[in-house]
Design a protein around this ligand. Sequence first.
Ligand code: GLA
Length: 390
Amino acid sequence: MNQKPPAKLPDLSEMSARIKPGTRRFFILGLTVLFGMMMPARGELPPAGDKPVPALKDIYKNDFLIGVAVGPYVYQNEDKTIGELVAKHFNCLTCENAMKWASLHPAAGVYTFETADKLVEFAKAKAMQVVGHTLVWEQQTPEWVFKGADGKDANRDVLLVKMREHIEKVAGRYRGKIKGWDVVNEAVAGGGKEWLSDSPWKRIIGEDYVLKAYEFAQQVDPKAELYYNDYELENPLKRERCVRLVKGLMDKGIKIHAVGNQAHWSLTKPSIAEIEQTLKDFVALGVKINFTELDVTLYNWGDKNDIYQTGAPPEVLQQQAARYAAIFALFHHYRQHIDRVTFWGPTDKYSWLNSFPVRHTNHPLLFDRAGLPKPAFWSVSEAAGEQKPR
Ligand code: GLA
């Protein structure tokens, strides 16, 4: 169900920076023992059927929005219960792919709003807010955008006109219906000498392509919140560069409401201390921090075998529950600085991690393939009462 076109997936070298390899066997054993000692009540599988399942959005209603990224399956009704599950637990919707450039604007002058419109209608009918994702990104943006009429690279002026026109059309269409926009996605480099990632946007327009995107968005929908969204912000170099980018925008009069920390995390990385330091650095900058694409993969980078095809063993699901508990205890502690925590998919069945970085059965979310709550669901539902971890 992952609709991200394979040709547009981030390349492996980029992703390998997100999830560093480790020694899984050793770690699982250690954590299982530790978790068994620390959290006996939460470590048990929930009794199927006889425990009422609380709505996550209600548990966290005084803290932050609980969001989810979805595709058209929520309204298509082929999977009868998924729309219901989404409406019950989540109060904010991100279109997983439907608002990306390639989906909305596949060819010059051609706009295809149908799926995005239907998702926005679905959200409205279910009293969910909507986050716009994303206006300017290197990936899932068609080639034609970066070409001039002669088929060669567009020049700065031509590309700026295209960017402005796209933002006017898209942000204009959803004005009043969208809480905020991920205006630019993934502009900052996690390593190397250049602080901004190499992309056609940067190559053709120059570094100020980022500022221009925010200026256009702010003009088109002055009431929408503006976000900068990126991954691996726990890498100190990348975080420092991200702080520089956001501060630079604010100094130029852009009202950045929040930084979106994508939070594609694993069972071990990043550490809670690193996540907390990242939170603190953005709090100091005076912006909110949203966790915008949360999932916790069961695989280490480089795992190629489909070892969880028939399900993940209870001890691994418990390890994941402990990880989610620690993450949400931290989020709860910093709740006054967090507006939203969004999961990248409603259930394991719909996660992009089943096909990325290789095709294997993953179980990164709170609900299993049948939509039943996993141990991680119960630990997240209990973490709201937790004090600061550690
Ligand atoms: C990035 C993007 C998302 C999505 C995920 C994985 O993090 O911001 O739109 O494509 O990758 O699917």
